[in-house]
Design a protein around this ligand. Structure first.
Ligand SMILES: [Fe+2]
Length: 259
């Protein structure tokens, strides 16, 4: 049974029955590479989350990072401008998990056994665990005007996000579904066409309160620069194995500290 505090937070369609039916959405996620649950958070919950995010923002860490789309070391067997090595950039502000109050709605959603079992069914996983470090399980990300998330593949094979606040212009999520490998090898040719802006991906219209789950490991994706207003996106990060730490490098980059 859902925690009564959470019933107040979720949108009307998200009942105990919904959360017991995660397998129902598995096929769509596999086929489309993305699932959006509109108004996952209802109006009351959204106000609480927006207030909390606004209050925490002054403690956020601002980062600018540069990387290639594979988030891996430069490979000297390719040129600097090759899709393998080309430099992408991201700028944003971030609140790590240890600054989010224990009684926060976000923490309750993350810890809820009902919600967790929904994700287990949906993602067809045996187990999902929080990060072992205190920073990386829930993050609040702020994109102000000019901030953007460059093209990349995620390390984990799925990503769960909640849009808490939408910007007025820009800040659009764009992706190419399940295109990473061609006959088992990295498809650099396809990535090059994307980076050269020769082809356009699928743009997702996401609204405040929407929960989005996508397969970010095989689907290259980005968020275009915010042109007007502010975009606030929460990521719920789980691991299939217990005791996993986010890399020190990533913690330093996005939180400005490792503990
Ligand atoms: Fe990503």
């Amino acid at each position: 049974m859902l925690d009564p505090d959470l019933k107040f937070v979720f949108g009307d369609s998200y009942s105990d029955e919904f959360f017991s039916n995660g397998t129902k959405y598995r096929e769509t996620l596999n086929k489309e590479g993305i699932l959006i649950f509109n108004s996952f958070i209802g109006n009351n919950g959204l106000k609480a989350l927006q207030n909390e995010a606004n209050e925490l923002k002054e403690y956020s860490y601002k980062s600018s990072s540069e990387y290639n789309v594979y988030i891996s070391e430069h490979d000297h067997s390719f040129t600097k401008d090759s899709p393998r090595n080309r430099i992408m950039s991201t700028s944003k502000k971030c609140i790590p998990n240890d600054l989010i109050p224990k009684k926060s709605v976000l923490q309750k959603i993350y810890d809820s056994t009902v919600v967790r079992s929904f994700f287990l069914d949906l993602l067809n996983k045996e187990e999902l665990h929080p990060y072992q470090d205190p920073l990386s399980s829930i993050n609040i990300n702020y994109y102000d005007e000019g901030d953007a998330l460059g093209w990349h593949f995620d390390n984990s094979d799925y990503t769960i996000t909640l849009l808490v606040k939408n910007c007025a212009e820009g800040g659009v999520y764009e992706f190419f579904n399940d295109m990473r490998y061609k006959e088992g090898d990295e498809d650099y040719g396809f990535v090059e066409k994307i980076l050269d802006e020769k082809i356009k991906g699928t743009k997702v219209e996401s609204l405040e309160g929407d929960l989005m789950i996508f397969k970010g490991n095989k689907s290259i994706h980005r968020v275009t620069a915010v042109e007007k207003g502010e975009r606030i996106l929460v990521t719920f990060n789980y691991n299939e194995n217990k005791g996993v730490f986010l890399s020190e490098q990533s913690r330093k980059t996005f939180f400005g500290r490792i503990k």
